[in-house]
Ligand binder design. Sequence first.
Ligand SMILES: *Cc1c(COP(=O)(O)O)cnc(C)c1O
Length: 411
Amino acid sequence: MINQLLEHAPLAQFSVQNDCLQIGGMALTRLVDRVGTTPFYAYDRKKITERVELLRQNLPPEILLHYAIKANPMPAVVQHLASLVDGMDVASAGEMRVALDTILTSEKISFAGPGKKVHELRSAIAAGVVLNIESPQEMESIAQQGVDLGIAPKVAIRINPDFELKSSGIKMSGGSKPFGIDAECVPDVLKRLDLLDLDFVGFHIFSGSQNLNAAAIQEAHEKIVMLAIQLAEYATSPVKLLNIGGGFGVPYFPGDQPLDIAAIGVNLQRLIKRIKQQLPETAVALELGRYLVAEAGIYVCRVLERKVSRGQVFLVTDGGLHHHLAASGNLGQVIRKNYPVVIGNKVQGTAREIVSVVGPLCTPLDKLADQMVMARASVNDLVVVLQSGAYGLTASPTAFLDHPPPIEVLV
Ligand SMILES: *Cc1c(COP(=O)(O)O)cnc(C)c1O
């Protein structure tokens, strides 16, 4: 079984039988046989379901859960999640098409992101998707397209608050940002909105991403709700939906602790009470990407060669940064940290050693693991990168060096 030699906690999420990682109810070796090739990404539908259930158990029942498709847009994953969540957030016409192909009705889909093109606005308006307005100019453009099409576009105002989500891996608000309308400008924008033929749905306030600090998220939720209550006074029709963003992080690196979701739930319970008093017509949605899918996914590649260079062992694999940029360290991030990586068919192994896992690209950055302890591997053994269900394939430079892209399976 698993012992403390395995320095990465995420492995505890997977069961291991006969020293082989299990995924989708089968041994990894069997999955590799069925897929017939490496490298590939595999996403475990049961783990995705369990993740949504964990949220439903810990969050107030009034909270709507939305999935931010960009985290993992594989159509099968999106279809699976469509049966579990209350809405989806898209950021391009391509993602919108995938979302519209699900059982979710169009008003449950919202389209955010700066620089939406006219054809994207028109298809969203025609489909009845909610457009999150990122700027006053975009609002004018949406209204114009609505007049052309003879449809009042459904819109929400994306707000850039004057605070940020503290200790976030990725900050999306506070200060000057390309996202959303500065909070102090929202009263004027609402005034203008009222003169246009737009169907006002509500507010979208997204403040950051990859946050593992429950206290920081609670503080942001509190501020978001206060801001929404304050700005709702300037709206001439009720705020029907308040999208409070997400930002829930997952542990990727040694020392990362899973997010305290129960604490966030307790805090939201309190905030929901306040919203019921002050904005009785407002539903509250959380939009989550990686939290729903990251831990359900693995990336699997095969050892092609064991190479020793001046005492250091390299496992040369058929996978690499062209398929999984994030695990490689995002093209030279300041401090590269190892994702959790194991030998999938020898999780514990009989002997362990320090190795680096590399790919076929001609750059020293093509590294999936840098001097990590893992089971001693041989040619044909399977290297597994855990925590790979989000921002994997579609966030990687697959055209770099022109190798074929990996396949993806939902198991
Ligand atoms: C990217 C994004 C998300 C999802 O972020 P995660 O870190 O994957 O949860 C949610 N909302 C918006 C507006 C985004 O841009």
